[in-house]
Design a binder for this molecule. Structure first.
Ligand code: ADP
Length: 585
């Protein structure tokens, strides 16, 4: 019931349209029942009394009523369609806005494909609910009321008899709809799983191909798709019981009425015209009741979708959860981590334990450690993608959770290993973090990122469209675009996740130059893979199993036979003085 009401609450902005749709529905009901009423003069006056005046009037009335009924039907159909589409667009936009504001923690719990299925499939289900169901729920009961009016007008006693029979149809239907709703929920879950699989495998198509797993994935897809089919079929099996059941029951009702009413006609209590008018009204009632039953089935399925959408909408998003209120100007960029620990949900061991670290404003910290040591986790705590389980992080002496998220993230630029580029122009992609950037600013950022030259050489320069994910760019070019983007954002803190894959030496040279421009006078936390980065870092922080095991500059740490030396030898091997000097330049 609350779901109904909540769904109805979305109608509010469209009150006026609903009002007009309702008026059209009322006229539709009126004209439908007018047809039933016409049966009486048709038979009594035209056929039995042979009234010549009626010969013109009745056929004319039939045409006029049909025309008006058609107009009313058009009006209400169009209006409900429109209301449905508008509401669904609203919900889809609201859901999308909500989804992208959910915390990284929430996103880690959902599969992308499942979320996509919410926005596309579940919302689509709702559209049917609103456009079809609301219309039927309004217009059909109105028609029923009008037809009942005709029945009472023609013969009250008979009408009472017919009305008492109606609940007999309704009761079994409510049982069926309950079952249906459950099954519909399962069906939507299954389509969600199918969609998740689709998304994962298409996204990871290269992995699928490299490992030659196409047949395996096809089989897995089939399995999920079949599970969906199974649920849909189950729903169909149960849902389709309703119409024939109703048909049989109403036929029985009509038969009984014919028997009883025929008896009354013979006794002279009812004219033939009244009898047929009554019968027509009874028969015409069948269609709205049948439609209502079908609408109820659709509604149950849609309510299952609504339930899932509302559950997501009710989940608090980052901005709602944000306890921070402080809005910073430009931070100087000193970071302090005090006894910071972090555990992922459902993880056995903490990913970070008791991290104490001060990063002076403008200095560069290189995070070094084996895979899984906790480097990315540490970096992810700074923009508050995740909140520390214990301890606190301070920016310029202010606890991060006191700072408004939006304001905090404005202080941080991120250049990640995997450069995310959108299917838009180069200029658009560089200006992504600063929508009001002028072309001149964009060009300046590109120049400082050593990207201007290759961009200028492209056919449409800055207006060249980036193909899906940056397919028309090399790895080094993509990275330089990401650097230009971060330069334009001009945040005092920089998080840098260096690419693990090596670039050719020319690209590497330009990327390094671009990076040193970017890092200039910024507090930089870098997940380091390049030798030059660790050599130039003001401090190297060696992580192992979530703990800091060593800290210091390269030349201090390399002397000790500690964890750093081991990692260094493993990743960069024994370096002679020349290579080191080259790397530092
Ligand atoms: P690194 O960046 O040094 O390779 P991470 O910070 O990614 O290490 O991971 C640290 C630890 O946290 C690892 O043990 C990893 O398995 C675990 N971990 C990382 N991400 C998640 C996650 N989303 N859920 C659960 N555990 C995770």
């Amino acid at each position: 019931m609350t779901r109904y009401l909540r769904l109805l609450s979305y109608l509010k902005p469209y009150r006026l349209l609903v009002f007009f749709a309702f008026i059209c529905g009322a006229f539709f009901a009126l004209f439908t029942s007018a047809h039933a009423w016409l049966m009486q003069p048709l038979l009594d006056d035209l056929f039995i009394q042979k009234d010549r005046g009626m010969l013109m009037l009745v056929p004319l009335a039939i045409i006029v009523i049909a025309l008006l009924k058609g107009l009313a039907a058009y009006g209400q159909n169009y209006l409900w369609q429109r209301i449905g589409l508008e509401i669904v667009s609203d919900i889809r936009e609201r859901l999308y806005s909500h989804l992208i504001r959910l915390s990284a923690q929430s996103h880690a719990q959902y599969k992308t494909g499942v979320l996509m299925s919410y926005v596309l499939n579940d919302v689509g289900q709702l559209q049917i609910a609103v456009a079809v169901v609301f219309k039927q729920l309004v217009s059909q009961p109105l028609t029923l009321v009008a037809l009942t009016g005709i029945m009472f007008y023609q013969n009250a006693k008979l009408a009472f008899l017919a009305i008492f029979a109606i609940p007999l149809f309704i009761l079994p239907l409510s049982k069926i709809s309950l079952r249906l709703r459950k099954i519909a929920g399962l069906g939507q879950e299954k389509i969600g799983a199918t969609s998740a699989h689709l998304q994962e495998t298409l996204h990871g198509i290269r992995a699928v191909k490299t490992f030659g797993q196409e047949p395996f994935e096809s089989a897995r897809f089939r399995e999920k798709n079949r599970a969906y089919l199974h649920e849909i079929l189950r729903a169909s099996k149960i849902g389709e019981i309703a119409p024939p059941l109703m048909e049989t029951m109403s036929a029985t009702g009509v038969a009984l009425i014919i028997g009883y009413a025929g008896f009354q006609v013979m006794n002279g209590a009812l004219t033939t015209g009244q009898f047929f008018s009554f019968l027509t009204a009874t028969i015409l009632m069948y269609a709205p009741i049948k439609t209502l039953a079908a609408a109820n089935n659709t509604l149950q399925q849609s309510l299952a979708a609504a339930e899932r959408i509302f559950a997501i909408l009710d989940e608090k998003n980052e901005t709602e959860k944000d306890s921070g209120t402080l809005v910073l100007g430009v931070a100087s960029g000193e970071l302090r981590l005090e006894h910071v620990s972090f555990s992922y949900q459902n993880a056995d061991a903490p990913a970070l334990s008791d991290i104490n670290l001060t990063v002076n404003a403008g200095s560069t910290i290189a995070l070094v450690g084996h895979s899984g040591a906790g480097k990315s986790t540490l970096a992810n705590l700074l923009p508050r993608f995740f909140e520390p389980t214990y301890g606190s992080i301070l920016l310029d002496g202010i606890a991060l959770n006191k700072i408004k998220l939006e304001s905090l993230r404005r202080q941080i630029g991120i250049v990640s290993q995997e450069v995310i580029l959108f299917d838009e122009t180069i200029a658009w992609n560089i200006g992504y973090g600063k929508k009001d950037a002028s072309m001149e600013e964009i060009t300046r950022a590109a120049e400082a990122a050593y990207a201007h030259l290759f961009i200028s050489k492209m056919q449409n320069g800055y207006q060249t469209r980036i193909e899906k994910g940056g397919g028309n760019l090399s790895g080094g070019e993509r990275q330089r675009l990401a650097i230009a983007r971060a330069l334009l954002k001009n945040a005092p803190i920089l998080i840098l996740d260096e690419a693990t894959s090596a670039l050719d030496s020319e690209s590497e040279f330009f990327v390094q130059k671009a990076l040193s421009n970017l890092m200039h006078q910024r507090t930089t936390i870098v997940i380091a893979h390049r030798l030059s980065t660790i050599l130039n870092a003001d401090c190297i922080v060696v992580l192992d199993q979530g703990r800091i095991v060593e800290m210091g500059r390269h030349f201090e740490l390399i002397q000790k036979e500690g964890p750093y030396q081991k990692i260094y030898k493993m990743q960069w091997g024994p370096a002679d003085g020349n290579t080191l000097r080259a790397a530092m330049q």
